[in-house]
Design a protein around this ligand. Structure first.
Ligand code: FAD
Length: 488
């Protein structure tokens, strides 16, 4: 390709499979795909994609039957103008009594309860009434994107194994030697080689910062569960269920569920973990093949060194909770595209920026993931007891938890960085979904009280309207297969 003076070559091994398990995404995926010119209709038709409107967390707080909360993808009503947390904590001036924080401020939990889609067939591609991301088949999505990039964006796709990396005296990468097509030269090398980190780790020797002392899960057992009937109702959210030494993800696609148990091998044996997984999916599925995937929670110390930048698993991975990995790929790709160095002379300056931002993002994701564990009141197993040990909580998160006892996180807390992966709204949903207590003043000023009651009424109105208008997930997907969505 020679658009903007750039030519891009994607080198991919014909034999080494992609990891193939990242099936929950973040709403950023919509703008990423739209910007790339991907047809959303084709995505639904070819990647077994479905709508995701958030996460439902069951068993994380007490482990009791009724222990569940939502982290939806819509921000609370009027989020940039008024913080509704204090109103909810005070009992919502009558409106919020006994209502979950999520239902108090957004329709999305109720949409998920009813299995409703976030849009109708008359909404154009990527447009919607309710914010959404996707659940999709990772095995279909990767070749779908590769086809789009080669057919429409002029990327050259070479199926070959990199067997050697050649460096210049300066340490920069000169070329990669492949088994099938010989040497391939480049000015900038993007390491997308997955966990093995062929360029950034093995060749350039960039260190790895372990995060296993904070996030304990180090093994995943993944399985694909077929539906009993092809028209089974579809969940609108990822279901994250806590167990004795970890949690299961449950992702609903149109043709199957993707389920996995992520656990700490320090706290549970593999045999017992397999039993936990089987208990979750049901004994009728005992013969389904289960894939074991070791996870080393952590990330590279730097992500861009010399003329090599790591993206995806090569840059690091924490754990699947809250689908935070593919969003980082998107943000890194965006940053790289927007800041593409014009020449080698400026590369180190841009690399420094990239490293600062990516390190910051990894740090904030560690904090946000740990939040889910540290707020637990479960004491039934060592896994949950160890998770609340203050020594395992990052300093910044510890400080914030102290601050949030007296003021709730809000809009201004996310102003320190643009494109925060998890904004203050996400913190609100998890904190108050898990029963965190923040002391609030007994009363509001008159103008905030007025604004709050306006947004609460608005939330009720929108909730009613959406419930009346929105179809069920499967109903909308069937229409998309048949008619397609209007391209925008
Ligand atoms: C258990 C688990 C669950 C996850 N769930 C989620 C989730 O729900 N949401 C989310 O956002 N993320 C999730 N992730 C992370 C997500 O899967 C990845 O971030 C995403 O798939 C990107 O992977 P990748 O392309 O970096 O690596 P891979 O998919 O491993 O791809 C590596 C590529 O490098 C190529 N390659 C390797 N060696 C060579 C070589 N020598 N020569 C040429 N090519 C080579 C391979 O052929 C392959 O194409 C999960 C990860 C795990 C482990």
């Amino acid at each position: 390709m020679k658009a903007g003076g750039l030519s891009i070559t994607l080198i991919e091994s014909p034999d080494i499979r992609i990891i193939g398990v990242g099936e929950g995404t973040w709403p950023t995926m919509r703008s990423t795909l739209e910007k790339m010119g991907v047809s959303e209709t084709a995505l639904f038709r070819e990647c077994d994609a479905a709508f995701k409107q958030g996460g439902r967390f069951t068993g994380w707080m007490t482990g009791a039957e009724d222990d569940a909360y939502y982290h939806p993808l819509m921000v609370p009503q009027g989020f940039t103008q008024v913080n509704l947390v204090p109103h909810w904590l005070r009992g919502g001036q009558g409106v919020g009594k006994g209502v979950s924080f999520c239902d108090f401020v957004t329709p999305q939990g109720r949409l998920c309860d009813e299995g409703l889609a976030p849009k109708t067939i008359t909404h154009g591609e990527y447009r919607a009434l309710a914010n959404y991301a996707y659940h999709l088949d990772a095995g279909k999505f990767a070749p779908f994107l590769a086809r789009h990039c080669t057919d429409k964006l002029g990327v050259r796709h070479v199926l070959a194994d990199v067997v050697q990396v050649n460096q210049r005296e300066s340490g920069d990468i000169e070329s990669v030697l492949t088994k099938q097509v010989g040497e391939i030269h480049g000015d900038l090398f993007i390491d997308c080689s997955g966990f093995q980190a062929l360029l950034i780790g093995k060749t350039l020797g960039v260190g790895f910062k372990e995060c296993g002392d904070v996030l304990f899960c180090d093994t995943a057992l993944a399985v694909q569960v077929p539906f009993d009937s092809p028209d089974e109702p579809m969940a609108s959210q990822t279901i994250a269920t806590a167990h004795e030494a970890g949690w299961t993800w449950d992702i609903c696609l149109p043709t199957r569920r993707g389920v996995g148990y992520v656990y700490s091998s320090r706290h549970q044996s593999e045999e017992s973990a397999r039993e936990t997984l089987l208990r979750y999916i049901g004994p009728e599925h005992k013969d389904l093949p289960v894939r074991k995937i070791p996870i080393r929670a952590g990330h590279r110390e730097t992500f861009w060194k010399g003329n090599c930048v790591a993206v995806g698993l090569a840059s690091g991975f924490l754990e699947p909770l809250e689908s935070s990995a593919i969003v980082l790929v998107e943000l890194s790709a965006k940053l790289l595209a927007e800041q593409m160095p014009a020449c080698r002379e400026v590369m180190d300056i841009i690399a420094k920026r990239f490293n600062e931002v990516t390190l910051y993002r990894f740090g904030r994701i560690v904090d946000f993931l740990k939040l889910h564990y540290v707020l637990t009141k479960r004491t039934d197993t060592a896994f949950w007891r160890d998770n609340v040990d203050p020594a395992t909580v990052p300093d910044r998160l510890r400080d914030l938890l102290t601050l949030w006892k007296y003021q709730s996180p809000w809009f201004f807390d996310e102003l320190d960085r643009l494109e925060e992966v998890f904004p203050a709204a996400s913190y609100q949903y998890v904190l108050y979904g898990m029963g965190f207590e923040t002391e609030v003043a007994p009363e509001d000023t008159a103008d905030t009280a007025l604004a709050a009651s306006r947004f609460l009424r608005e939330n009720e109105r929108i909730t009613g309207e959406m419930r009346a208008r929105l179809p069920k997930n499967r109903e909308l997907l069937n229409k998309i297969y048949e008619y397609g969505l209007q391209p925008v």
